[in-house]
Write a protein that binds this ligand. Structure first.
Ligand code: KE4
Length: 432
């Protein structure tokens, strides 16, 4: 019952002759599940359409941006209008200010914000500003969290780095990571210990307030509060990497949902509506260290690109006026309950972690609260699940260590279809 994939296969072989691994980002390479990626021709609403003519229900949404589904009319209209006025000016334009104001309105902890062109650029820049502001070098990150391919953060990283078995990448000089302390997520004792061992030395703690990059993992009750207290006590910048959770788990991100005010925040994905946008911001006293107001240098040719700004503005305005969050959460809970029921009936051990419209089905007994527990997952069973769903027209993230996403375009009928397909595959897996 395999989907026809010959055109994708042929094109992927051609791509591999010009692009390393045939992909411009390893997360798309299907490395963890085997086989070759599907080559996508176009997308609309909840669907991807590949070059073999297959239509698949898409639960990645370009790894998070498409909370409104593909080609939302308001976003597409805004992009077309912007393109007709020019693609890039290399000079300030009104839309940069409009998006900055929308971000500040949505995320009150952000008093000043700088646009960049990716989540990686956002985290790289935010770390530099935090170090410049505190005059300290040490940073804390957490095993399994992924913050983009920043040298100093490619240590025990999640997402594609974890999937492809290089959580700490070659090519990163020891000097770049010598000041990076890696703790285990949700282990409060390790936090207390780190601050006790390095009093007055820690510039910043960066974390995914809800992790997506080891699969979806929630903060333990009180964990974020402890982190906030310790950072305040020690003059350490608390940096929420909300590239994935921003505008995803609430309009104001995880900091709204969990009622924690970080000192800095990074954004990406949804904030660009599918166009290349990242952003970092936070307390005015910190952000005023950024050039040209302050001495910490950061720049970008295409930062604040008008076409990308237009996509972000249309996305945020649509989210703000339609407020789809409770509907998205209800739809996602229905999906996860259906998947859980199917796994129970099939007798397949599983854990589902879900927050708002992001979720992960783990092939492991729970609870899954950190990288060590996530790594217990049966990735072979995951690969069978992934391909079994592909052959039934359902497209999940191609790794056990990623989050999946529901969009406003996922109807009840598509959710039911997904559950039925998953049930078939889980029973096949149970039969061995
Ligand atoms: P980008 O540089 O890929 O725009 O953002 C890096 C980043 C930063 N912070 C968080 C929390 C992120 O999830 C990401 C990127 N996420 C991955 C998927 N887990 C992007 C997919 C890819 O690498 O192709």
């Amino acid at each position: 019952m395999s989907l026809p994939r010959s055109r994708s296969q042929t094109h992927f072989e051609r791509a591999s002759r010009s692009i390393p691994g045939g992909v411009n980002s390893p997360a798309r390479a299907f490395g963890a599940v085997g086989g070759h990626p599907l080559i996508i021709d176009h997308a609309d609403g909840a669907f991807l359409h590949d070059i073999d003519g297959n239509r698949l229900i898409d639960y990645i949404g370009s790894w998070g941006p498409h909370i409104l589904g593909h080609r939302h009319p308001e976003v597409t209209k805004a992009i077309h209008a912007a393109v007709d006025k020019g693609t890039s000016f290399g000079a300030p334009n009104e839309m940069e200010t409009e998006l900055a104001e929308l971000i500040k309105d949505a995320v009150p902890s952000i008093e000043l914000v700088r646009m960049v062109s990716s989540g990686t650029e956002a985290t790289m820049s935010a770390i530099r500003v935090a170090r410049g502001f505190t005059g300290r070098d040490l940073i804390i990150k957490f095993a399994g969290c992924y913050h983009g391919h920043v040298d100093s953060l490619l240590v025990k990283a999640g997402s594609g780095a974890l999937t492809h078995g290089n959580p700490s990448s070659p090519g990163v000089p020891k000097g770049c990571t010598a000041d990076t302390l890696v703790l285990e997520y949700n282990h409060t004792d390790q936090l207390e210990e780190a601050f006790k061992t390095h009093p007055g030395k820690i510039a910043c703690v960066i974390l995914e307030p809800v992790v997506g990059n080891m699969g979806t993992v929630l903060p333990a009750p009180g964990y974020l509060e402890t982190l906030r207290r310790l950072c305040s006590e020690h003059g350490t910048v608390l940096l929420f990497d909300e590239v994935m959770t921003g505008f995803r788990v609430a309009y104001g991100g995880a900091q709204e949902r969990f009622k924690i005010r970080p000192d800095m925040t990074t954004l990406g994905k949804i904030v660009g509506g599918g166009m290349p946008v990242g952003a970092y911001g936070g307390r005015a006293d910190i952000m005023q260290r950024v050039s040209p107001v302050g001495p910490v240098y950061q720049a970008g040719t295409l930062s604040g690109n008008p076409v990308a700004m237009a996509a972000g503005i249309a996305t945020l305005k649509t989210l703000k006026t339609s407020d789809p969050y409770s509907r998205l959460e209800a739809t996602t809970k229905t999906l996860c309950a259906g998947l859980a029921g199917a796994a129970q009936k099939a007798g397949v051990p599983f854990t589902i972690n879900q927050v708002a419209s992001m979720w992960t089905f783990f092939f492991a007994e729970g609870p899954i609260t950190d990288l060590a527990s996530a790594m217990k997952s049966d990735t072979k069973r995951f690969a069978r699940f992934f391909w079994g769903l592909i052959d039934r027209g359902v497209y999940l993230a191609c790794s056990q260590f990623e989050a999946n996403f529901v969009s406003t375009a996922h109807t009840a009928e598509l959710i039911d279809q997904t559950i039925a397909s998953a049930s078939d595959v889980l029973h096949e897996i149970a039969r061995g």
